[in-house]
Design a protein around this ligand. Structure first.
Ligand code: ATP
Length: 231
């Protein structure tokens, strides 16, 4: 179904054990679209990504990718149409860049076409790459498997502002060239507002507001006060 969004989440309630942490989350991400998911520490952003990916049992709701419902455990989902990049550098530091790609079954030619910076680094251990290059490698490991929906937690984590900006603009090209829908969790309101087509604001496990990225910048003060607190 070409008309279906890349990712569609309806009425998702999920948490840990019997305790629900996120409630009735409904969102959709179109093909080639980047949607930011913002909120203060503990708002439930990571939990939302984990539940969509199937790492957490959901209590209620439905997740569809390209119109097809996702069912079953995470290892089956991530092999298929959902790619997830968790917080921190998801690379093996003692293996080479090429081995990191091989382990993810990603063709080095595909990866270096997306991220030319990695080309001269293929034979180096991932641990000696810069923080930004390690994040590119982690992204390449996820994106290179051609998922329809990509879930990313804190791409900017621990990176210098200029490096973040460069990575996020890459993310824009990834969305455009692959047609994947990207759901991006970010602490940095400015980063998210700059790159996302739309942003969702989560507070205490509920999505409270949705707006274009540009509007977030215009209304930043008001929104921080109401929803983001402390950011
Ligand atoms: P952060 O930016 O700090 O990661 P977040 O918005 O991603 O915040 P979550 O990590 O999803 O928030 O946490 C939401 C709530 O779920 C918090 O109250 C947290 O204490 C709780 N929580 C997170 N992980 C677990 C867990 N493994 N077991 C029980 N409760 C958890």
């Amino acid at each position: 179904d070409g008309a279906a969004p890349a990712l569609e989440v309806r009425g998702l309630t999920a948490g840990y054990g019997g305790m629900a942490v996120v409630h009735d989350v409904t969102l959709s991400v179109g093909h080639g679209e980047i949607v930011g998911l913002l909120g203060r520490n503990g708002a439930g952003k990571t939990t939302t990504l984990m539940a969509i990916a199937g790492f957490l049992g959901k209590h209620e709701g439905e997740v569809r990718v390209d119109g097809t419902p996702l069912r079953g455990p995470a290892h089956k989902r991530s092999r298929g149409r959902v790619g997830i990049l968790l917080e921190g550098r998801s690379v093996f530091p003692s293996l080479t860049t090429r081995q990191n790609l091989d382990l993810a079954s990603v063709d080095p030619d595909v990866a270096t076409e997306m991220f030319p910076e990695l080309k001269p680094k293929l034979r180096l251990r991932a641990g000696v790459l810069s923080g930004g290059e390690q994040q590119m490698l982690a992204l390449a490991r996820t994106v290179g498997r051609h998922p329809s929906a990509i879930l990313i937690d804190e791409l900017s984590f621990g990176l210098a502002p200029t490096v973040c900006e460069r990575l996020l603009s890459r993310l824009r090209s990834v969305a455009e060239s692959t047609g994947a829908g990207i759901l991006l969790v970010e602490q940095g309101v400015h980063y998210a507002a700059g790159v996302a087509d739309r942003v969702l604001i989560m507070n205490e496990g509920l999505i409270r507001a949705e707006m274009p990225g540009a509007e977030l910048i215009a209304r930043e003060e008001e929104i921080e006060r109401i929803y983001l607190g402390g950011l």
